[in-house]
Structure formats: structure tokens, C-alpha cells
Design a protein around this ligand. Structure first.
Ligand code: NDP
Length: 296
């Protein structure tokens, strides 16, 4: 039976380190500040924004929650982004995805000051990731997956990692991060996606499988070799009449069967999810530290 990798416990460890760093910054009169911008009233986005705001407050960060109506125009949103770019109390800016359909998300991301782009989606930060430049911001979920593995003493160095999914939010930056040339990475990375042939043959050759495709229970025991490490990024709503909400959350991995074969596995919920928000806080503190370095 696989060892359970507990994302909540590891996230708490991250917060212990962050609290110390935040205290050090406050001694220099800097309170790291995060602005989260929500356009529209999508309930899931609203819940994400709430939990980010709550975590900022728990850590003693300055938190600005901008809730704009769904009717907000592209120009109005760009103006708000410009204001935040110029606000010295704000070190990190995040525009909650997805915005309403009339908003051009790419243009919004490009309008962010890359030094405040704590989501790591700005082309300048993508380039820094490709260039192994540690000053850039790496998207929070990939960063959280790497930290989970490191804190669980799983050796990434030289391992064959198979990433399922090639999105710009998870799969692609994760592959770039884990193939970086440093001791925290150095993996041999294979990325598979919806057009990959012989997918199960490829995943069976992995030391570490990371599933990020958005298909509940897709990764079965047959995809996994005995003793592999399995990280489940997926968060999927599955109908469940027994649940009060009418649904339950499920990962991309068929947990019951895969956990009998893997040597370690993350649960959903309670695996990668808590790490994503911890890394957002970590990126915000990093942005404040880098801004201070520039000012002094
Ligand atoms: P996207 O829909 O943007 O990307 C999904 C990727 O999976 C695509 O590359 C797609 O391939 C690939 N894919 C889809 N179906 C298959 C299949 N049958 N076989 C092989 N590959 C397939 O999703 P995201 O990357 O944004 O998210 C992935 C999952 O992670 C979702 O469940 C999401 O909710 C979750 N998530 C969790 C986070 C967390 O904090 N834990 C944060 C972000 C996301 P192709 O490119 O060919 O279409």
C-alpha cells in the first residue's frame, strides 16, 4: 500500500518558513501585498479568491480583493491592472481565471508588471523558467508539485518523470521546471497528452507520474509500474447522490487501485491543492523580497 503524501502537512511546513521570512521583511518595514482581481461572479472562482484572501490575512500579508462586475470592460480591467502595477504596497497581482468571455485574458496577463506576476504566466516569466533564471516566477501548481516531492524526500534527480497534460498552467511549466539543470530537478521528463500514442506504455516506464488532464480516475493501475510515485493534480467534480452537494471531488487517478501499486501517492483533496495556495503566498513574499532588493 502506497505511502500517502499529505499536502496539508507539507503546506504547513511551507507556512512556518514563510512566517519567518514575513517577519524579517516587516522588520524592514515591508509587508508583502497581494492583489487578487475577480471579474464576474463564478462561484468556484469566488471561493478560490476567498481562500487566497483568507490565507494572506492568516500570514499577516496585505491583501487586496478587487471584485469587479461581469460587465467590466477590457479597458477598465487594464486600467485597474495599471493602477496595481503602480501601487508600491502591492507586490503580487493575480487576475483570477477564467474571466468572462469578452475579456482577452492573454492581453491582461501581458499587461501585468512581470515583477508582480506571481502566477508566473507573463511571457517574461515563462522565458525565465525556460532559461533556468531563478528570479522569475514559476506557476504555483508546478512549484507546489516540486516542493511536495522534495519535502517527501523523493529523488527527482535523474528520475524519469511522465507528466500527463501540456497546459500552460500545469503540464508545460511543470515539465520545464523538473528538467531544469539543478539538484532540485534534473529529471528526464516525458510529456503525454490527448494525441499521444501508447500512453500507458510510456507512463509504465515512469519513476514519477504526474497527472494533470482533468479526467476523473483516468490513470489506472495498468498505467503504473510497481513502486512508482504518483502525484494527482486533477480536481474534478463527479456526481454523487450520497453527497449533500450532489457531487464529490475526484482526482485524475483511480486512487483505490493505483495506491495498491504505487509506493507513494497524493490524495484528492489534500494533496497538490493546498500546495498551490502555499506557493502563491511564497511567490508573493519572493516578489516583496525582490522589490526590496531593488529599492536598496
Ligand atoms: P487543461 O484542460 O488546460 O489541460 C488538460 C491537458 O490534458 C491537455 O494538455 C490535454 O491534452 C490533456 N488531456 C486531456 N484528456 C486527455 C486524455 N484522455 N489523455 C491524455 N491527455 C489528455 O487542464 P489544466 O492543466 O488546467 O488542469 C488539469 C487538471 O488539474 C484539472 O482537473 C484541473 O482542475 C486541475 N488543476 C488543479 C490545480 C490544483 O491546485 N490542484 C490547479 C490547476 C489545475 P491536449 O493538449 O492534447 O488537449
Amino acid at each position: 500500500m502506497a505511502k500517502l503524501i499529505d499536502g496539508r502537512v507539507i503546506a504547513e511546513k511551507v507556512y512556518v518558513d514563510l512566517r519567518r521570512e514575513i517577519a524579517e521583511l516587516k522588520e524592514k518595514d515591508v509587508t508583502p501585498g497581494l492583489a487578487v482581481v475577480l471579474v464576474g461572479d463564478d462561484p468556484a472562482s469566488r471561493a478560490y479568491v476567498r481562500s487566497k484572501d483568507k490565507m494572506c490575512r492568516e500570514l499577516g500579508l496585505h491583501s487586496l480583493k478587487l471584485e469587479l462586475p461581469a460587465s467590466t470592460t477590457q479597458t477598465e480591467l487594464l486600467n485597474r491592472v495599471e493602477e496595481l502595477n503602480a501601487d508600491s504596497a502591492i507586490h503580487g497581482i493575480l487576475v483570477q481565471s477564467p474571466p468572462p468571455a469578452h475579456i482577452d485574458e492573454t492581453a491582461i496577463v501581458r499587461a501585468l508588471d512581470p515583477r508582480k506576476d506571481v502566477d508566473g504566466f507573463h511571457p517574461e516569466n515563462v522565458a525565465r523558467l525556460v532559461l533556468d533564471d531563478p528570479c522569475g516566477f514559476v506557476p504555483c501548481t508546478p512549484l507546489g508539485v516540486q516542493r511536495l516531492l522534495i519535502e517527501s524526500k523523493i529523488n527527482i534527480n535523474g528520475a524519469h518523470v511522465v507528466v500527463l497534460g501540456r497546459s500552460m498552467i500545469v503540464g508545460k511549466p511543470l515539465a520545464l521546471l523538473l528538467m531544469q539543470k539543478n539538484e532540485k530537478a534534473n529529471a528526464t521528463v516525458t510529456v503525454v497528452h490527448s494525441r499521444s500514442r501508447d500512453l500507458a506504455d510510456i507512463t509504465r516506464s515512469a519513476d514519477i507520474i504526474i497527472a494533470a488532464i482533468g479526467r476523473a480516475g483516468f490513470v489506472k493501475a495498468d498505467h503504473v509500474r510497481e513502486g512508482a510515485i504518483v502525484v494527482d493534480v486533477g480536481i474534478n467534480r463527479v456526481e454523487d447522490a450520497a453527497s449533500q452537494r450532489g457531487y464529490r471531488l475526484a482526482g485524475d487517478v483511480a486512487f483505490d487501485e493505483v495506491s495498491k501499486k504505487a509506493s507513494a501517492i497524493t490524495p484528492v483533496p489534500g494533496g497538490v491543492g493546498p500546495m498551490t495556495i502555499a506557493m502563491l503566498m511564497s511567490n508573493t513574499v519572493k516578489a516583496a523580497r525582490q522589490a526590496l532588493g531593488k529599492a536598496t
